[in-house]
Design a protein around this ligand. Structure first.
Ligand code: FES
Ligand code: FES
Length: 153
Protein backbone atom coordinates (compact mmCIF):
# COMPACT_ATOMS: atom_id res chain seq x y z
CA UNK A 1 0.00 0.00 0.00
CA UNK A 2 1.34 3.43 -0.90
CA UNK A 3 1.86 5.99 1.83
CA UNK A 4 1.03 9.55 0.92
CA UNK A 5 2.92 12.38 2.56
CA UNK A 6 4.29 15.82 1.78
CA UNK A 7 8.04 16.22 1.49
CA UNK A 8 9.48 19.69 0.94
CA UNK A 9 6.10 20.95 -0.22
CA UNK A 10 5.44 18.19 -2.75
CA UNK A 11 2.96 15.37 -2.25
CA UNK A 12 4.71 12.04 -2.69
CA UNK A 13 3.59 8.46 -2.64
CA UNK A 14 5.98 6.05 -0.90
CA UNK A 15 5.65 2.43 -1.91
CA UNK A 16 8.32 0.73 0.23
CA UNK A 17 7.40 -1.55 3.14
CA UNK A 18 5.53 0.46 5.79
CA UNK A 19 8.29 -0.15 8.34
CA UNK A 20 11.01 1.30 6.06
CA UNK A 21 12.81 4.12 7.85
CA UNK A 22 11.94 7.53 6.41
CA UNK A 23 15.68 8.18 6.04
CA UNK A 24 15.92 5.58 3.29
CA UNK A 25 12.83 6.84 1.50
CA UNK A 26 14.34 10.34 1.53
CA UNK A 27 17.83 9.34 0.43
CA UNK A 28 17.25 6.35 -1.85
CA UNK A 29 13.82 6.94 -3.35
CA UNK A 30 13.73 10.74 -3.46
CA UNK A 31 17.51 11.31 -3.84
CA UNK A 32 17.53 13.97 -1.14
CA UNK A 33 21.00 13.15 0.15
CA UNK A 34 21.50 16.16 2.44
CA UNK A 35 20.05 14.08 5.27
CA UNK A 36 22.80 11.78 6.54
CA UNK A 37 22.98 8.28 7.97
CA UNK A 38 25.09 8.01 11.10
CA UNK A 39 24.10 5.48 13.75
CA UNK A 40 20.66 4.29 12.63
CA UNK A 41 19.59 4.19 16.29
CA UNK A 42 18.48 7.75 17.16
CA UNK A 43 21.79 8.39 18.90
CA UNK A 44 23.72 10.78 16.64
CA UNK A 45 21.24 13.22 15.07
CA UNK A 46 22.78 13.09 11.57
CA UNK A 47 19.41 12.12 10.06
CA UNK A 48 17.32 14.91 11.62
CA UNK A 49 14.39 16.19 9.58
CA UNK A 50 11.21 18.07 10.54
CA UNK A 51 7.89 16.25 10.87
CA UNK A 52 5.13 18.85 11.05
CA UNK A 53 7.74 21.43 12.04
CA UNK A 54 9.33 19.42 14.85
CA UNK A 55 12.85 17.92 14.61
CA UNK A 56 12.73 14.13 14.45
CA UNK A 57 15.24 11.33 13.73
CA UNK A 58 14.35 9.91 10.34
CA UNK A 59 16.39 6.72 10.89
CA UNK A 60 13.86 5.48 13.45
CA UNK A 61 10.73 6.95 11.84
CA UNK A 62 8.86 4.28 9.85
CA UNK A 63 7.17 5.67 6.79
CA UNK A 64 3.81 4.30 7.98
CA UNK A 65 3.95 6.85 10.82
CA UNK A 66 4.16 9.85 8.52
CA UNK A 67 1.03 9.30 6.42
CA UNK A 68 -0.41 12.79 5.80
CA UNK A 69 2.45 14.58 7.58
CA UNK A 70 4.50 17.52 6.34
CA UNK A 71 8.17 16.57 6.13
CA UNK A 72 10.92 19.12 5.60
CA UNK A 73 14.54 18.23 4.92
CA UNK A 74 17.71 20.33 4.93
CA UNK A 75 17.22 21.00 1.21
CA UNK A 76 14.07 23.06 1.82
CA UNK A 77 14.33 24.89 5.14
CA UNK A 78 13.86 28.60 4.51
CA UNK A 79 12.25 30.05 7.63
CA UNK A 80 13.77 33.16 9.19
CA UNK A 81 15.32 30.91 11.84
CA UNK A 82 16.84 28.64 9.19
CA UNK A 83 18.23 31.59 7.24
CA UNK A 84 19.78 33.09 10.39
CA UNK A 85 21.31 29.73 11.31
CA UNK A 86 22.76 29.28 7.81
CA UNK A 87 24.23 32.81 7.84
CA UNK A 88 25.74 32.31 11.29
CA UNK A 89 27.17 28.91 10.29
CA UNK A 90 28.93 30.55 7.35
CA UNK A 91 30.15 33.58 9.32
CA UNK A 92 31.67 31.40 12.04
CA UNK A 93 32.81 28.64 9.67
CA UNK A 94 31.25 26.02 11.92
CA UNK A 95 31.64 22.97 9.71
CA UNK A 96 34.77 20.85 9.62
CA UNK A 97 34.20 17.60 7.70
CA UNK A 98 30.54 18.63 7.46
CA UNK A 99 29.04 15.17 7.88
CA UNK A 100 26.95 15.96 10.95
CA UNK A 101 26.12 19.51 9.98
CA UNK A 102 22.79 19.12 8.22
CA UNK A 103 21.48 17.40 11.35
CA UNK A 104 23.02 20.10 13.54
CA UNK A 105 21.41 22.83 11.44
CA UNK A 106 18.01 21.16 11.59
CA UNK A 107 18.17 20.82 15.39
CA UNK A 108 19.49 24.37 15.82
CA UNK A 109 16.71 25.73 13.61
CA UNK A 110 14.15 23.77 15.62
CA UNK A 111 15.56 25.27 18.81
CA UNK A 112 15.28 28.87 17.56
CA UNK A 113 11.72 28.23 16.34
CA UNK A 114 10.80 27.34 19.92
CA UNK A 115 13.16 29.66 21.75
CA UNK A 116 14.59 32.63 19.81
CA UNK A 117 16.93 33.67 22.65
CA UNK A 118 18.39 30.46 24.09
CA UNK A 119 20.91 30.39 26.94
CA UNK A 120 24.01 28.21 26.85
CA UNK A 121 22.11 25.65 28.90
CA UNK A 122 19.13 25.72 26.51
CA UNK A 123 21.51 25.18 23.59
CA UNK A 124 23.33 22.33 25.30
CA UNK A 125 20.00 20.65 26.12
CA UNK A 126 18.57 21.06 22.62
CA UNK A 127 21.74 19.99 20.84
CA UNK A 128 22.76 17.12 23.13
CA UNK A 129 21.43 14.49 20.71
CA UNK A 130 23.57 15.73 17.82
CA UNK A 131 27.02 14.20 17.82
CA UNK A 132 29.99 15.72 15.97
CA UNK A 133 33.10 13.61 15.46
CA UNK A 134 35.04 16.78 14.66
CA UNK A 135 33.96 18.38 17.97
CA UNK A 136 32.58 21.61 16.54
CA UNK A 137 30.42 22.06 19.63
CA UNK A 138 31.93 25.37 20.77
CA UNK A 139 31.40 26.98 17.37
CA UNK A 140 27.90 25.53 17.11
CA UNK A 141 27.00 27.18 20.39
CA UNK A 142 28.52 30.51 19.28
CA UNK A 143 26.72 30.29 15.94
CA UNK A 144 23.35 29.70 17.59
CA UNK A 145 23.88 32.83 19.71
CA UNK A 146 24.90 34.70 16.55
CA UNK A 147 21.79 33.47 14.70
CA UNK A 148 19.68 34.71 17.58
CA UNK A 149 21.28 38.18 17.17
CA UNK A 150 20.72 38.09 13.40
CA UNK A 151 17.03 37.42 13.97
CA UNK A 152 16.78 40.39 16.33
CA UNK A 153 18.04 42.56 13.46
S1 FES B 1 21.36 8.19 11.94
FE1 FES B 1 19.54 8.79 12.93
S2 FES B 1 20.18 9.49 14.86
FE2 FES B 1 21.98 8.65 13.98
S1 FES C 1 31.81 18.50 11.31
FE1 FES C 1 32.66 16.50 11.13
S2 FES C 1 31.28 15.23 12.21
FE2 FES C 1 30.64 17.24 12.68
Amino acid sequence: MAISTTINGKTVSLTSDPDTPLLWAIRDDLKLTGTKFGCGMAECGACTIFVDGVPQRSCVTPIESIEGAEITTIEAIDSKEAKAIQQAWQELEVAQCGYCQSGQIMSATGLLMENPKPTNEDIDDAMSGNVCRCATYVRIRQAIHRASEIMEG
